[in-house]
Ligand binder design. Structure first.
Ligand code: 9D3
Length: 237
């Protein structure tokens, strides 16, 4: 069982996605537990402030450290295992399938989503939190990154996927290759035929064709994957 706690000023955006699809199944099966916490509940003034102007001046607002410390300490204290603390920031380690696999082996994660220009640096230092980014583009906050991480991690939990082998056959995990093209019925659509080999019933020929397609696509679209992981170029399967 993996427990994920999320700290956010937009708690309502999480529930709809968590209540559908594989995330819902994972929670119903008791493989995943998610608790969403409203950061404003931990503000100390009557206006429930969670942001303030940056020291030194400049645009925008900064997430105040005190409400985040209060939230983390309160939520941590309610359970036995110390969670791995992840701060959603554009400056963090880039999230990828390897990080997802690593996180899926933890017992507890705490994801902290910010808005505005970012967190007071003392949040990272004082809590020993790791910063994570989901890629090089600018979003309006850390809520979608937290959902992306939760989604990618949840599907790796043992028992979540229907066909229990599916996760092993994904892009970025079969020797780090992109997926081969898929076809389903009808055999011909608007003049476009599904490749004969896929309808041939010859399992060896199908496996060879798919491997070739995966390699060619990876070379054309993502040569960086092959350079990073040369095994992807030559391993059987
Ligand atoms: C990088 C731009 N920043 C300097 C001017 C300002 C800024 C813009 C947007 C700071 C934070 C944000 C909100 N983004 C996130 O909180 C965020 C994020 C992202 O924007 N892209 C990829 N991953 C992440 S994780 C958190």
């Amino acid at each position: 069982m993996l427990r994920i706690d999320i700290i956010t000023i937009l708690p309502d955006v999480f529930e709809p996605y968590l209540s559908e699809g594989m995330l819902r199944i994972a929670r119903e099966k008791g493989l995943l537990e998610v608790h969403v916490h409203n950061l404003r509940d931990y503000a100390s003034d009557k206006h429930k402030s969670v942001d303030d102007r940056p020291y030194g001046g400049g645009p925008g607002m900064v997430m105040m450290p005190a409400p985040i410390f209060a939230a983390v300490e309160d939520i941590e204290g309610k359970a036995d295992v110390r969670p791995r603390l992840l701060l959603m920031t554009p400056q963090g380690r880039t999230f990828d399938q390897q990080v997802a696999a690593e996180l899926s082996r933890e017992q507890r994660l705490m994801l902290i989503s910010g808005r505005y220009e970012g967190f007071d640096e003392r949040v990272r230092i004082g809590l020993g939190a790791e910063e994570i980014s989901i890629g090089d583009y600018v979003l309006t906050g850390g809520e979608l990154p937290a959902m992306v991480i939760m989604d990618a991690v949840a599907r790796l939990l043992p028992g979540v996927l229907g066909h229990h082998d599916s996760a092993k056959f994904d892009s970025f995990s079969v020797n780090g290759r992109l997926d081969y093209p898929q076809y389903t019925r009808p055999a011909e659509l608007r003049g476009m035929k599904a490749p004969d080999v896929l309808l041939s019933g010859n399992h060896q020929a199908i496996a060879d064709w798919r491997r070739e397609q995966s390699l060619n696509r990876t070379r054309e679209r993502r040569p960086d994957i092959l350079l990073r992981n040369p095994i992807a170029d030559n391993t059987r399967s």
